[in-house]
Design a protein around this ligand. Structure first.
Ligand code: ADP
Ligand code: MG
Length: 633
């Protein structure tokens, strides 16, 4: 292998193209992968790999992380072990490599025992061989983390390879899965610390699309990546960190108000696909298995079979999943309706749209899921159907996770924000999340905080208006206060519904539980009705939660966690004043950018949308959710 020049001085600039292997990179990249030039930080990562460094590489989904280890793997003599979380992903990769004529194998349960035995024998022979390298030597071996952790045979053959300097490196794909702080924690990944113990001299490369600082710190310590020498600003031996700009120009983000009824929502999705993407591949992310199945069936029905849908979720059988992957790759299925189980490493370039039927549980999740669009670099649309009330449903689901609610809150903030460019919001979110000092690392040249000019918030000329909401805020807080004072409790949906003039049954929070109180005399507060459309009221409630004027209270029942809205400390300041008092105090005034009711959204221009003064009945789903708080009765 080629070494970096020891006289190069105290720092090695991996981003340059004056390494001895540079010409080889170019040639091999073109002949094997048909790729003309590096993008993002690929070249630097390849150079650091050739130099035997430990590496953390964070690059957006579709950025081209695979090339950064596959190319060095092809050029070096030994074997590169790749640990990857999903068998479907491994299969995709191995198929691609085989097609490109690269000697790559997988050792997974997707193989027959005979195939696995053959693979192990080839590796074993390679370990024992004393003659020089041969054409058919294995370059890449793909396995799941469970396999590495649990198979003594594999560990022993790797040991022999490592002892003879034939294990070039170990790559850990989707490395954020090692951390409990990440959103995809996998216990088997946490066991990967054995790699450094067993093969201390083999470089480790951790690869991911999202790696906030806490996750990064976890990753460095769990995987025992090499530490920089103290005081060495650009260490010659420590882990090299690469991070690519996370902004992808070809993705066009739009957040749309989610229609109150499930049927209207489906109609909107159906129109979007049939008019704008009739022959394109896309993904619709749904919150639950049930939603995914329903959306798939209804879209097919509504479009008279024009939209060819498939369903993917964790409970589908392995063969069904494989079948779906295949049909999707071959274009027999165009639109996959899925839970987030569908994702990790989908290697399909021409996904033209990703729709979120319900918002994600975190901004990281949303970024990754929507990032599965447009991996070929061509234009693609990312649409999120947003309804503030979904927030508490999501909170109820994640409430046990340490940082679950905080993450959903960040997602709520992102979705509610109708002013700031989506790119800037992402940048701020991920930057904020990145407390480690990245000053010494190569970062984007591009100005991360300039507006993208092509997301919904950048393109919007009208359709939203900054409005004073002080009065509504006061009214809503008064309602919550009155609810609490009466020993009652209220969910987000019930509160929104009540505030817009609907009859609502409140449940009590006493242990006796079954008492119900109908209505609450609020005529003195707001004539029984808060000014504004139901969508406005939901947005204002969302805003009050973000600002902590309102807070959540969780209540465990035998079946689920109910989420109630309570008055926060900050909210109390309002409730002790009367209406006039609040409106007179400048520091209590509040403003919020709200949607104007009759504006047809850009991608729904041919959908009829009625501006309703009086909100329609809550959807069935909403009613079910609203009834949840009686489950403990
Ligand atoms: P990810 O970072 O999500 O793992 P992949 O490695 O799967 O992304 O790459 C996504 C796609 O980008 C693949 O189709 C790959 O061939 C392509 N690709 C990678 N590097 C380049 C490049 N430098 N130029 C053009 N296409 C590239
Ligand atoms: Mg990948």
């Amino acid at each position: 292998a080629l070494e970096e020049d020891p006289d190069q001085g105290p720092t090695t600039d991996f981003t340059t193209s004056n390494f001895t292997w540079t010409a080889n990179f170019k040639r091999t990249m073109r002949s094997v992968f048909g790729i003309e030039r590096f993008r993002f930080c690929q070249q630097g990562v390849c150079n650091a790999n050739m130099s035997g460094r430990d590496i953390v590489c964070v690059m957006p989904t579709g950025g081209g992380k695979s090339l950064t280890y596959q190319l060095p793997a092809i050029l070096q003599e030994g074997v590169t072990l790749v640990i990857s979380p999903l068998i479907s992903l491994i299969t995709d990769q191995v198929i691609h490599l085989e097609e490109a004529g690269v000697q790559a194998i997988r050792l997974t349960s997707a193989n027959t025992p005979a195939e696995n035995l053959k693979g192990m024998n080839r590796l074993s022979a390679l370990a024992d061989s004393t003659s020089g390298s041969r054409e058919d030597d294995i370059k890449l071996v793909y396995v799941t983390p469970e396999k590495v952790v649990k198979s003594p045979n594999l560990k022993s053959v790797l040991q022999r390879l490592a002892d003879r300097n034939k294990l070039e490196r170990i790559v850990i794909d989707e490395a954020h899965c090692v951390s409990q702080m990440g959103h995809d924690f996998r216990p088997d990944y946490a066991q990967l610390h054995i790699l450094r113990q067993l093969y201390p001299h083999v470089p480790i490369m951790a690869v991911s699309a999202t790696c906030p600082p806490k996750v990064l710190q976890d990753l460095l310590s769990i995987l025992r990546l090499r530490k920089p020498v103290d005081g060495d600003r650009a260490p010659r031996t420590g882990t090299v960190y690469f991070k690519s700009p996370l902004y992808r120009k070809n993705l066009h983000y739009t957040i749309l108000p989610k229609p109150a009824s499930g049927k209207e929502l489906l109609q909107s999705i159906c129109n979007f696909i049939t008019t704008k993407h009739p022959n394109d591949s896309g993904i619709i992310y749904c919150l639950s298995r049930k939603d995914a199945e329903e959306v798939a069936a209804k879209l097919q029905e509504m479009s008279c079979g024009i939209i060819k849908t498939g369903v993917y979720h964790a409970e589908r059988k392995a063969w069904e999943k494989e079948g779906l992957h295949r049909s999707w790759r071959e274009g027999k299925i165009k639109v996959v309706c899925a839970t987030i189980a569908f994702g990790l490493g989908i290697d399909k370039g021409d996904v033209r749209f990703v729709i979120h039927h319900t918002m994600s549980k975190s901004v990281d999740g949303f970024y990754q899921e929507s990032g599965r669009a447009g991996r070929d670099g061509k234009d693609a649309e990312c649409i999120l159907y947003f309804q503030p009330a979904d927030f508490t449903d999501l909170c109820s689901l994640v409430q046990r996770d340490k940082e679950g609610v905080g993450k959903v809150m960040a997602m709520l903030k992102f979705a509610q924000n109708l002013d700031e460019c989506r790119k800037v919001q992402f940048a701020c979110y991920f930057q904020h999340a990145s407390a480690v000092d990245i000053s010494q690392w190569a970062t984007d040249n591009e100005d991360a905080l300039s507006r993208c000019g092509h997301c919904d918030n950048c393109k919007r000329k009208d359709g939203v208006l900054k409005q004073e909401i002080t009065l509504q805020v006061w009214q809503l807080l008064q309602i919550v206060e009155a609810v609490e004072r009466s020993g009652l409790q209220v969910t987000f949906r019930k509160l929104a519904s009540f505030a817009t003039g609907h009859k609502v049954q409140f449940s009590t929070n006493s242990r006796r539980g079954s008492e119900r109180v109908t209505g609450l005399n609020l005529t003195t507060i707001c004539d029984g009705r808060v000014r504004g459309s139901s969508s406005d009221v939901e947005y204002i409630l969302g805003h009050l939660l973000i600002k902590e004027y309102l807070v959540l209270a969780f209540k465990q029942t035998a079946y689920q966690t109910n989420v109630y809205i309570r008055l926060g400390e900050k909210g109390r300041t309002y409730t002790i004043l009367d209406q006039g008092g609040v409106q007179k105090q400048a520091h209590l005034k509040m403003y919020l950018t709200l949607l104007l009711p009759a504006t047809p959204s850009p991608s729904l221009s041919n959908t009829k949308r009625k501006a309703k003064a009086i909100p329609s009945k809550p959807s069935k789903k909403a009613r079910v959710a609203a009834d949840n708080d009686s489950a403990d009765a």
